[in-house]
Design a protein around this ligand. Structure first.
Ligand code: MG
Length: 308
């Protein structure tokens, strides 16, 4: 096996099973200006990921290594799969959610709310009813670093829900200043969303909120602080089948149990931005971190996506 033993911080003995001592950390790709948005494609044993500030989208496979998939990449950020296994992308450049089509093109899924352009969709997740939930902070319109400088047409930054059946886009939450990463609990009763503004927590720390998902999966209720992040912020995260939240942070990946208790950390030499479970057995955690794509073999699978 390639790689090096992972560096860990263990706060709780449960972490020993989740990330065993001696688990191998592999460095898969480098050279990005700001790596983000990984999605795992089970049919291809591949990872598509973004270099947001480098304006490229990459594709990594175990057999062929890493290569540019789109250059320029419309300042793509978060990716996920829809119920049909197609790739959905958040694109700062076109301020939209895009879908990869079989002919190699990317089409617009949504780019407006009530005739006003979105800010710059950042990250997204698809519920089992096919609804697309995504965050829309301003990072792609603040300047030209990871998008195109522009005024916000919405006058705020929201969590949105796009109903698959009606095509209706609704504001699911206005409780955050800069909503960013998001993920469901395994039974979809809870949606976790990070706020990377640092505006609402004493000391300027960033946090993750938890919401109850109510009304048959259509609405959020009861926002509460799930975790306060130190160091850094929870740019993106995923949930395993046991309900633990694996979140990016300033020093690597922090693993939190469903009550928000931190179990341990995977330390990385770069600031982590996001992660995704993959590999043939679902126990390989792919991590985007500043310049690089990494992976760690872990002891638990990510939440299953039953449509792939
Ligand atoms: Mg993000």
């Amino acid at each position: 096996m390639q790689g090096q033993p992972v560096q860990r911080v263990v706060f709780d003995e449960r972490f020993e099973r989740l990330v065993p001592a001696g688990a191998r950390l592999e460095h898969l790709a480098s050279g990005a200006a700001w790596a983000e948005g990984p999605v795992y494609l089970p049919d291809e044993d591949a990872v598509i990921w973004s270099d947001v500030r480098g304006d490229r989208v990459h594709r990594w496979t175990a057999s062929a290594g890493d290569a540019a998939l789109f250059t320029p990449g419309d300042f793509a950020n978060g990716h996920t799969l829809d119920r049909d296994g197609r790739v959905l992308a958040c694109e700062h450049g076109r301020r939209r959610i895009a879908r990869y089509e079989a002919d190699g093109t990317r089409t617009t899924v949504v780019d407006r709310h009530e005739n006003r352009r979105l800010n710059s969709p950042n990250d997204l997740v698809v519920a089992s009813d096919g609804a697309v939930w995504f965050t829309d902070p301003p990072y792609g319109i603040l300047d030209d670093t990871e998008g195109h400088a522009a005024e916000s047409e919405l006058g705020g930054c929201f969590v949105f829900r796009l109903d698959r059946d009606t095509g209706r886009l609704t504001i699911a939450s206005d409780a955050m200043v800069h909503p960013n990463g998001l993920a469901f609990s395994p039974d979809e009763s809870v949606l976790y969303v990070s706020d990377t503004s640092g505006a609402r927590i004493e000391g300027g720390h960033h946090h993750i909120l938890a919401f109850d998902v109510v009304d048959g999966g259509r609405r959020l209720a009861n926002p509460r602080t799930f975790a306060v992040m130190k160091p850094g912020f929870a740019d993106g995260f995923r949930v395993d089948v046991e309900g633990n939240v694996w979140t990016s942070a300033g020093d690597g990946i922090h693993v939190l149990d469903p009550r928000g208790v931190e179990l341990g950390r995977i330390l990385l030499p770069e600031t982590a931005s996001n992660c995704v479970f993959g590999g043939p057995d679902g126990r390989r955690l792919f991590i985007t971190a500043t310049s690089s794509l990494w992976s760690v073999e872990v002891g638990v699978r990510g939440v299953a996506t039953p449509w792939v």
